[in-house]
Design a protein around this ligand. Structure first.
Ligand code: ADP
Ligand code: MG
Ligand code: ZN
Length: 476
């Protein structure tokens, strides 16, 4: 027997939303906590008698994600309780959506080495995250900071046929969600359950599936898919074992998967509607508001950057950092040229940050300040070097660029005659240097150039000074 097999994969992806507060209480959201149990209140720690209050922003971000993935937005959406006991779940139930999820029937197109591939999205639902167990010594600790942090879960149809497609999809979700401000998608904020089966090529029927739970790294997902699909094929081909539908975990060290438990069924969870939360009705007006605020699809956005002359490498940098792409967009909206602004951010700001051992995440320059610098340079009032000096002061000390420019006398336009008279006096005061230069020591001119620059406080274009100086000395 040497049959060819097709791998079939469906994904359930959990994404932590970028909200200021949790989904049903006012504790700080996913990026707030510093110490364990910093962000916990009676509601999210499951004290009796506490009631959930819906965070409106969660609905808006879930709808935005649904729009980006071409889903139907369900105008009537409700929450259900999913019951199970585990120490990281203080209420012993999770609030999630079963009967009326917020988004259904979407589709996303992937560019793969085999051409374009459509992946159908079954649904997106909102739910709360569980806490974290921390094991140490003889004890286990529970940290409720993550309890009730809002998640969306994106469930695909079993449409993937390779690990490559899965990773392409996850990368696309990641850039979409980062650029859309839906999630920061940092390590651990995007977690997948990977459902896998195999079937003989050409077969219409699906094979027995297993589900690998809670995978956070794309690289591990790829390895897990390779291992698990081969395990399925071997089981069928060589009858090494009987495949059963079950939940498995991937062990990063051995690169193997291990059975955790038999697959739970819906009945195991005793789902029932959560009567503490009213159904959410999304009316036309609210939907239009969310649509209007929705950032452009990343493909459109990248295309727009490309048309503005921004390079592919720069586009990649912009698409992977929401903060940077919005700084660019906001600066352009204030009247600056996109390509030029991209250079100021991705080359000049990046250089200053790098020198200080910082990253784009530390960049605090506002579009107003950046555009003020760029416009002053564009108007010819200051040259680019001065512009850079001002940028350094803005990035490092958050000064006001216009005031800083004035205080340092950079705004005084140096006219050509002033430059000339400075050069003339430098020449007159340095006869020895001129003699050296004439005798063939070309370096002597650099000292004169330095003196001119010092006199002019860098306010004139160095290239212009150099040229004028050279001409004068050569013609002496
Ligand atoms: P359940 O309710 O048991 O979790 P779902 O229908 O919600 O099942 O499917 C869960 C995930 O499993 C979905 O992403 C789906 O695409 C995927 N899936 C379903 N059947 C298969 C299969 N035979 N092979 C691979 N993935 C599958
Ligand atoms: Mg499911
Ligand atoms: Zn709370």
């Amino acid at each position: 027997m040497n049959m060819k097999y097709e791998i079939v994969i469906g994904l359930e992806t959990h994404v932590e939303l970028n909200t200021n507060s949790k989904i049903f209480c006012s504790c700080g959201g996913h990026s707030s906590p510093k110490e364990p149990n910093d962000c916990v209140c009676p509601a999210c720690s499951g004290m009796p008698g506490m009631l959930p209050v819906m965070n409106k922003r969660v609905v808006e971000l879930a709808v935005t994600a649904g729009l980006m993935l071409n889903c139907n937005i369900n105008r009537y959406t409700t929450f259900d309780k999913k019951n199970y006991y585990y120490p990281d779940l203080p209420c012993a139930y999770q609030i999630t959506q079963l009967n009326h999820p917020i988004c259904t029937d979407g589709c996303v197109t992937l560019k793969t080495s085999e051409g374009a591939r459509d992946i159908r999205i079954k649904q997106i639902h909102m739910e709360e995250d569980a806490g974290k167990l921390v094991h140490g010594g003889n004890s286990s600790f529970v940290d409720f900071n993550r309890t009730s942090v809002p998640l969306i879960e994106i469930v695909t149809q079993p449409d993937f046929r390779s690990a490559e497609e899965v990773v392409t999809y996850l990368n696309k979700l990641k850039s979409m969600f980062i650029s859309g401000g839906i999630s920061e998608c940092e390590e651990g904020a995007m977690r997948c359950d990977v459902n896998i089966s195999v079937r003989p090529e050409g077969s219409e029927e699906f094979g027995v599936r297993t589900e690998i739970k809670n995978m956070a790294s794309f690289e591990a997902i790829e390895r897990a898919i390779r291992y698990e699909s081969q395990r399925h094929i071997d089981a069928i081909e060589f009858e090494t074992e009987e495949l059963v539908q079950e939940t498995r975990r991937f062990d990063d060290v051995s690169g193997k998967t291990f059975a955790m438990r038999n697959k739970e069924t819906e009945a195991d969870y005793r789902y029932f509607p959560d009567a503490n939360l009213m159904p959410i009705i999304i009316d036309d007006e609210w939907l239009e508001e969310i649509k209007a605020a929705k950032p452009e699809a990343i493909d459109e956005k990248a295309e727009q950057y490309r048309l503005a002359g921004i390079s592919d490498k720069e586009i990649d940098m912009l698409m992977s950092n929401h903060k940077i792409s919005s700084l660019l967009d906001d600066t352009v909206a204030l009247g600056c040229n996109p390509k030029d602004t991209a250079g100021w951010i991705l080359t000049d700001c990046a250089g200053i940050l790098r020198k200080d051992g910082k990253t784009f995440n530390d960049l605090a320059v506002t579009a107003e300040k950046l555009s003020a610098i760029i416009k002053t340079v564009d108007s010819g009032d200051i040259n680019r070097n001065i512009g850079k000096k001002i940028l350094i002061a803005v990035v490092e000390s958050d000064v006001d660029p216009v005031q800083y420019c004035k205080e340092n006398g950079f705004d005084k336009k140096v006219d050509a005659s002033a430059v000339e008279s400075v050069i003339d006096s430098v020449i007159a005061n340095n006869p020895q240097a001129i003699a050296d230069y004439k005798a063939g020591k070309t370096k002597a001119l650099m000292a004169l150039f330095g003196s001119c620059m010092k006199e002019l406080k860098g306010a004139a274009d160095p290239a212009v000074i150099k040229e004028l100086l050279e001409n004068k000395v050569k013609n002496m």
